[in-house]
Design a protein around this ligand. Structure first.
Ligand code: G3P
Ligand code: CA
Length: 241
């Protein structure tokens, strides 16, 4: 089973922050880091999950209404008196490029199913190529249309289609979105392994994000593997490696 850090080490540290990514990159045996990207009002790629900034920062409203410098004024409470900032995508590549050159992968989820963020596909592909990290990146989205654009822009890109159920991922993939892997919710394995057509299946989990207390419970990864899951995105990868 390949283990990924979902939004970084997002149980112990605030999700999608440089600290959460730095801690994840220190874990031996980690396959990669998953993160979410959106576009600012002035067209910069930033790493952030929700369309609204309210849940994890001291600001309010939609992220897309803010410029990068306005977003940089916001604080993400890290519980230690040293608030984190919303990272620009370049900062994350600057932090992780060394580890990525050594084999660490990155799953970049384009958060564009609520707001389409026109041009985001081209911007992220250009940046990945500028850093020469195209062999270490997997793009994903719930939007099949966006993935189709990625495929048109970069015929070599590795792409995963997101949905809740494995069957919906598969049908979107077969519909021609250009994906070469399924990214379902871990409880959405509604097809037998033989029907997954041999695609990599990278399953994601939700819940228990910082600052919730760790639960102490662990998933039975063997059980997931038997269902055809090849990779898992975990908030607490450190518990499994
Ligand atoms: O990429 C897998 C997973 O992160 C999708 O759900 O809501 O955690 O971004 P979410
Ligand atoms: Ca995500």
């Amino acid at each position: 089973m390949h283990i990924w850090a979902h939004r970084g080490c997002s149980q112990m540290y605030p999700e999608n922050t440089l600290t959460a990514f730095k801690k994840a990159a220190e874990i031996d045996g980690l396959t990669g880091i998953e993160l979410d990207i959106q576009l600012t009002k002035d067209g910069h790629l930033v790493v952030f999950h929700d369309e609204a900034i309210d849940r994890t920062t001291d600001g309010c409203g939609e992220l897309r209404q803010y410029t990068l410098s306005e977003l940089k004024e916001l604080r993400i409470d890290a519980g230690n008196g040293k608030p984190e900032k919303i990272p620009a995508m370049e900062e994350v590549f600057d932090l992780l490029q060394g580890k990525m050159k050594q084999g660490l992968k990155m799953n970049i989820e384009l958060k564009n199913s609520v707001f389409p963020y026109e041009g985001m596909e081209q911007k992220i592909i250009d940046m990945v190529h500028q850093y020469d990290l195209q062999n270490n990146v997997i793009y994903s989205s719930f939007s099949a249309l966006s993935l189709e654009r990625i495929r048109q822009l970069d015929s070599e890109a590795e792409i995963g289609i997101l949905d809740t159920k494995a069957s919906d991922c598969l049908y979107k993939l077969k519909g021609g979105c250009g994906a070469d892997a399924l990214h379902p919710f871990w409880k959405g394995m509604d097809l037998p392994k033989e029907k997954l057509c041999g695609y990599p299946v990278r399953a994601w989990l939700t819940g228990h994000l910082y600052p919730e207390r760790p639960t102490g419970t662990k998933l039975d990864l063997t059980f997931l593997e038997k269902q055809g899951i090849t990779d898992v995105f975990l908030n607490e990868p450190e518990k499994y490696l």
